[in-house]
Design a protein around this ligand. Structure first.
Ligand SMILES: [Fe+2]
Length: 438
């Protein structure tokens, strides 16, 4: 059965005395939440969340990767409400055959040619063995993002969110992100279990933390992770850091360009997004019992208003998780591989979902993906995409990828650069905010 990892990689563990951000100002964020919602409510939620996690982790252990829904692209428009609700509850799913295999393979070939023709200018991460390439506007990326089917999927997935204040536009935006080409045999430890969309911001930004009000109020079952009215104004970049994305992504996604199976540089996801998120939010408010045997008994944990520690939280980075810091998650069993992917397949996961990248690539060919998200047209997102367009017109990297003194390269100078001509559809131009009245 495809499921969790056979061997847990040497990903970092987080504890108060080892691998912790220690800063006096941390305590104020805990105090503010306790003052607003109270110890009693937080404790009630803690017990409920840990109890729900017992059931969820048992389900994931039984089902392995089959718990991740799979949807055929041509069925996406015809899903029943129940099917959609199930996919939303799990929080991640595969959409197969978004583009034809031949086309995805052509994109990869073109991409590799483009990289080799511009090798001297292309940089990547990790520095020694770059597989995530700092390249945002290659013709293949431009074509994939503006392909009508990619935008059709994004439009549908954006519609899975709702806004109780005002009807939201289903029009997707194009967030220009990098590309990954990972050769076989190359280890990669850079992306252990983590959650995107900010880290400390979730507690520190009053708007962001109010998205999770039911968790603080003792009613985590009422948390609606698909409600946009507050979330669209939350600030995931309250603290600067190159790991933080400026836009709100309804779902993050990969478009696969290769055949990639588990253990071949693939992705791992933790299904049932709501309960994991609720647990991560509550975890800093509780202290583990001293005896090892009691650790999984939530009632033995004590309320802890005084320790300035948010486990796995480092303000410039994504939210990190580990077995010892987040024991009720049973990460070893519940972080499961996505099923095998073929060129043209896509995988999608909620902005609050815990995920990780295989440390191993035991396959025989490259594992290549394009990062293409479903990005809704919120006001803040539009503002960012407008700044991205300005950078694109000048040939510069997108604003999110110019931070921290990174080597900057002018993509306009790359051999094969197509600029706007690389966008293959009118809806692709709109998603880039071209041809749009300001
Ligand atoms: Fe991530």
């Amino acid at each position: 059965m495809i499921g969790s990892l056979d061997t847990w990689p040497a990903w970092p563990e987080f504890s108060l005395n080892n691998n912790a951000e220690r800063s006096d100002d941390l305590i104020q964020f805990k105090k503010a939440i306790i003052k607003e919602y109270g110890q009693e409510n937080l404790t009630r939620s803690w017990v409920k969340v840990c109890s729900n996690l017992e059931q969820i982790t048992a389900k994931i252990r039984d089902a392995g990767s089959t718990i991740i829904p799979e949807i055929a692209f041509d069925q996406l428009q015809y899903l029943s409400e129940e099917q959609k609700e199930e996919s939303k509850k799990i929080g991640c799913f595969i959409i197969r055959g978004v583009v034809q295999r031949d086309l995805a393979e052509k994109w990869l070939k073109d991409l590799k040619d483009y990289v080799s023709e511009n090798r001297k200018m292309v940089t990547g991460w990790p520095e020694q063995t770059p597989s995530i390439l700092r390249m945002y506007y290659s013709p293949s990326q431009m074509a994939a993002r503006s392909h009508p089917n990619s935008l059709k999927v994004a439009r549908e997935l954006i519609s899975w969110w709702h806004d109780k204040e005002s009807p939201q536009s289903p029009d997707p935006l194009t967030y220009a992100d990098a590309v990954r080409i990972r050769p076989p045999g190359q280890p990669f430890f850079g992306l252990g279990p983590h959650i995107d969309a900010g880290s400390l911001s979730r507690w520190a930004d009053p708007t962001y933390r109010s998205c999770y009000a039911p968790v603080w109020q003792g009613n985590p079952e009422d948390l609606d992770l698909y409600e946009l009215s507050i979330r669209k104004r939350a600030n995931p970049r309250l603290f600067p850091g190159s790991a933080h994305c400026s836009v709100f992504r309804a779902f993050q996604g990969w478009t696969s360009l290769t055949t990639t199976g588990p253990g071949e540089g693939s992705l791992l996801l933790y299904p049932h997004v709501k309960w994991v998120m609720a647990y991560v939010l509550l975890r800093p408010f509780f202290k583990a019992p001293n005896t090892e045997e009691d650790v999984l008994d939530a009632s033995k944990w004590t309320f802890d208003p005084d320790t300035p520690w948010f486990p796995g939280t480092f303000r410039p980075e994504s939210q990190r998780l580990s077995i010892s810091s987040h024991p009720h998650l049973h990460l070893r069993d519940c972080l499961v591989h996505i099923p095998p992917m073929e060129p043209g397949d896509t995988v999608w996961w909620h902005a609050d979902m815990c995920h990780a990248v295989d440390t191993e690539h035991k396959g025989t060919g490259d594992s290549a993906v394009l990062y293409i998200a479903a990005t809704p047209s919120t006001e803040d997102n539009i503002r960012y995409i407008d700044s991205q367009l300005e950078a694109f017109r000048d040939g510069y990297f997108p604003p999110d990828f110019r931070a921290d003194g990174r080597v900057h390269s002018l993509e306009q100078k790359y051999k094969g650069w197509l600029g706007e001509a690389g966008i293959i559809s009118p809806e692709g131009r709109s998603a880039m905010r071209l041809d749009v009245e300001a």
